[in-house]
Design a protein around this ligand. Sequence first.
Ligand SMILES: [Zn+2]
Ligand SMILES: [Zn+2]
Length: 255
Amino acid sequence: MSDGAWFTIDKVNESTYIISEYRHPEETHCYLLCGSEKALLIDTGLGISNIYGEVIKLTDKPVVAVATHVHWDHIGGHKYFSEFYAHRDEQSWLCGEFPLPRAFIQKMLVNDCDLPSGYNLEEYELFQGIPGRLLDDGDIIELGDRSITVIHTPGHSPGHMCFWDEANRFMFTGDLIYKGVLYANYPSTDPQAYLQSVNKVLAYEPTRIFPGHHSLDISAALIEQVEIALQKLDGDNLLCHGSGRFDYEDWSILL
Ligand SMILES: [Zn+2]
Ligand SMILES: [Zn+2]
């Protein structure tokens, strides 16, 4: 445990910020997208420090939270927001049906984590709540002078979403694409859907991608590298649960 800042803030441009949790080995990134009327926070992190306190230093607009998917490391800070959106296919995980027990999540939370001083693990609860809006593929989230498109990208989880900021050509990829180990091995994952989702995101031709975890020094070309690798695994009949781990230059996939 230690004092000091829990979040690290990076500015992408006048209306886009990255809020990262580097003191946990997951190195989760949350993204604040500000518009003229509203702001959107994509992912809210672990929820062991108040991300809303950081967000209001960066925008004076009302903020809606949304998670790329309902995994514990992306929805933790939802409790600090009066409104959040979620994908229809993960609504049940927000009301009692999340497939992992609390004790298991607590273990992942403290594993190698430099927790904030005084943090009491016993207070940790997996976030549960009712979304203010259920999202579907192709929906637009209007922020005033900025529109964000919802892309349903199942594979890592059934209701995983990437978010497309067309004006900037930014793609927020959550756990679909990042440098590190990609997970398509849990029962709730779908390796074939994963490949379709990578294809779908590739077609947008983003100039920058913003991942859910780890290095921010990441090229949009990584999407194509992942697509080629998964296509090859599929051709070899290996794109299925139980195939094991495959390592590439700066990323891996666990099936
Ligand atoms: Zn995840
Ligand atoms: Zn994640």
